[in-house]
Design a protein around this ligand. Structure first.
Ligand SMILES: NC(=O)c1ccc[n+]([C@@H]2O[C@H](COP(=O)([O-])OP(=O)(O)OC[C@H]3O[C@@H](n4cnc5c(N)ncnc54)[C@H](OP(=O)(O)O)[C@@H]3O)[C@@H](O)[C@H]2O)c1
Length: 264
């Protein structure tokens, strides 16, 4: 069986004060293996509610610098040395229309790119030394959350789609690097379709998208099956159809070529 969530003793979930992150955190907490689950987000009131449900909580804003992320990682690893799985889930989504360039807010684009990509890369970099080390004892899991829009962009949320495409691409190479270096760090990717959550509230799109979204409970159940199986790409709904058509064929490729390993 592939490395999977059932061997995890301590799981960190970023962006777990709402939506997909919170639902997954609850399911993981309730696994028969009872891992410790650490949840993060910015909203203290939500974190307080989650603490009452038995979660470990750490308030943390992802829109920050690599040195603050390194300090956060050091603090978490110091307090939870058994940490062996990380779900990098926090993200935001903004609408951008380049047909009205005078209205394009570059600071919003930069913030979205930082939270959805650069901060995630900083998190990976900061936590990997610990994950590689703990891999000497048991499998370690690194699980970023991307989107079906990483594979086919949605024009109104073009920058969001680009952040997820960048992350999706990086994950492919990261997995190969972890394998080539013979680490016991396993990189899984959660690729949601449109799912019931608070993600679309910020741009006032919830009423429109709620007609098409997958219910959160249905999505969470599919993802938990994938996490228990240790699937490298955990998809649901139309993200599965898109992945199978455009991305699955790439699984046989390494370093831009079919089955070629270039270490240098
Ligand atoms: N829902 C969808 O349709 C969909 C589709 C494809 C992919 N996804 C992906 O699924 C993941 C979860 O999204 P969701 O739909 O569950 O969204 P959500 O309901 O809006 O939840 C987002 C979470 O991220 C946290 N977050 C946002 N900005 C943050 C920041 N600066 N620092 C720290 N935490 C921050 C929020 O917590 P605070 O506000 O408390 O900080 C919240 O817990 C994201 O990666 C998203 O891109 C979602």
């Amino acid at each position: 069986m592939s490395a999977n969530i059932l061997t995890s003793k301590c799981v960190l979930v970023t962006g777990a004060t709402a939506g997909i992150g919170r639902a997954l955190a609850r399911e993981i907490r309730d696994l028969p293996t009872h891992p410790t689950v650490i949840v993060t987000g910015r909203r203290q009131a939500r974190l307080d509610e989650l603490a009452k449900e038995g979660f470990e909580t750490v308030k943390f804003d992802m829109d920050t610098t690599p040195d603050k992320i390194k300090a956060f990682a050091d603090e978490v690893v110091g307090k939870y040395p058994k940490l062996d799985a990380i779900i990098l889930n926090a993200a935001i989504q903004n609408m951008v229309n380049f047909a009205e360039p005078e209205k394009v807010d570059l600071s919003k684009i930069s913030r979205e790119f930082n939270i959805n990509y650069l901060a995630v890369v900083s998190m990976m970099t900061a936590f990997l030394p610990h994950l590689i080390k703990i891999g000497n004892e048991r499998p370690a899991l690194l699980i970023p959350v991307t989107s079906d829009l990483s594979m086919i962009p949605l024009a109104p949320v073009c920058n969001y789609s680009a952040t997820k495409a960048a992350l999706h691409s990086l994950i492919f190479s990261l997995r190969i690097q972890m394998e080539n270096a013979k680490t016991n760090v396993h990189v899984l990717e959660i690729i949601p379709p449109l799912v019931e959550s608070e993600l679309h509230d910020a741009e006032g799109r919830t009423e429109t998208v709620s007609k098409y979204w997958m219910p959160l409970a249905e999505f969470t159940s599919t993802v938990m099956d994938g996490l228990k199986e240790g699937k490298i790409a955990i998809t649901a709904g139309w993200a599965t159809a898109t992945y199978d058509r455009f991305e699955k064929p790439k699984e046989g490729f390494r370093n831009g070529m079919m089955n070629v390993d270039m270490q240098n």
